[in-house]
Ligand binder design. Structure first.
Ligand SMILES: Nc1ncnc2c1ncn2[C@@H]1O[C@H](COP(=O)(O)OP(=O)(O)OP(=O)(O)O)[C@@H](O)[C@H]1O
Length: 307
């Protein structure tokens, strides 16, 4: 794979708190990666180090072959859309589009115009008078029309209704099909975006819990139901992520040792359903703390100033 961005053993400490803890990963060029994890898992922090907004305490970050910090050549190729994006007070919607057009070398003005109409955004209205959802739509339009080779959306939906979110997903796929680029999308609405993702990076308390392509993930997890003992016998051969039992029957989310083992659940007398991405992420995130034990406190000597 060709990586648009690589993150090597990156740790980011804030005062008394480790937001990223030895993160190793790579973002494949031309793929859509879902950056998932519970509140405080480190998603925004990872996006900040990728976009040169923060320098990690240790480790190495490269985007398009170079460090992103204060590197204009690299930063021009990155668009980072955050939740609740702020704009200068006097900006109208059209001013935000014009400013973005000046900044991004690959800006697609036609696409921006089409998207303004799609999202029903009045170009002349001051941004500070927009509703919360309309404000989010401005960011989404800039992200899509930037055609930036690395585009990151950090939970960009604040206040966006279901119709507008669907519009975002549809337009993202269309824009991506026309001009493939590297997209990183962080969200808690996992099932809504599951179908868009080619890769999944799941963080938990600053560490990578899962880094896998979406297709193999879909094939590797399943939910089985049956007599408690039969479920346990099956689970012992694989990885048990989550289980609930009632009156001698169990339902378990399992990560298979090998995708080919999928059929063997029926041989154990179990009924099988597919596990969706959200169930898998929830099961893995719930399991993680017990497996790892409590996070140790950061030594005082390692503290970093909080900005
Ligand atoms: N400037 C800062 N100073 C101190 N701690 C910080 C700072 N920025 C982030 N953190 C802490 O780092 C951890 C990771 O935060 P981050 O915003 O990256 O999480 P997240 O996965 O994006 O969460 P959410 O899904 O809630 O947006 C949190 O515990 C947060 O409180």
């Amino acid at each position: 794979m060709t990586a648009a961005a690589t993150v090597q053993d990156v740790t980011m400490r804030f005062r008394g708190h480790t937001a990223l803890d030895g993160v190793d990963t790579a973002f494949e060029e031309g793929a859509i990666t879902g950056l998932l994890g519970r509140n405080g898992a480190g998603k925004t922090t990872l996006m900040q180090v990728l976009t040169g907004q923060r320098v990690p305490t240790s480790g190495r970050v490269e985007v398009f072959g170079a460090r992103p910090y204060e590197n204009d050549r690299v930063l021009r190729d990155i668009c980072f859309i955050k939740e609740g994006q702020r704009y200068p007070d006097h900006f109208r919607v059209q001013d935000a589009m014009t400013a973005a057009g000046l900044f991004f070398p690959d800006w697609d003005a036609d696409l921006a115009r089409t998207l303004l109409a799609d999202f029903d955004l009045p170009g002349r209205r001051p941004i500070k008078k927009l509703s919360r959802g309309m404000n989010s739509a401005v960011g989404i339009i800039i992200g899509l029309a930037s055609r930036a080779p690395l585009t990151l959306f950090d939970e960009p939906y604040l206040g966006l209704d279901a119709v507008a979110r669907q519009l975002f997903y549809d337009r993202l796929i269309a824009a991506y099909a026309e001009h493939p680029r590297t997209v990183v999308l962080s969200t808690h609405l996992i099932e809504e975006i599951a179908g868009l993702l080619e890769h999944v990076l799941l963080l938990d308390r600053g560490r990578v819990l899962l880094d896998a392509d979406a297709e193999s993930l879909r094939n590797s997890a399943l939910t089985v139901t049956g007599p408690e003992e039969a479920v346990q016998a099956f689970a012992r051969k694989h990885e048990l992520l989550h289980t609930e039992s009632l009156a001698g029957r169990s339902r378990a989310v399992i990560r298979l040792a090998r995708p080919a083992d999928r059929g063997s659940a029926a041989a154990h007398g179990l009924s099988v359903e597919p596990t969706n991405l959200q169930q898998l992420v929830v099961a893995m995130s719930l399991q993680a703390p017990a497996a790892r034990g409590p996070r140790s406190l950061t030594p005082a000597t390692d503290l970093e100033e909080v900005s």
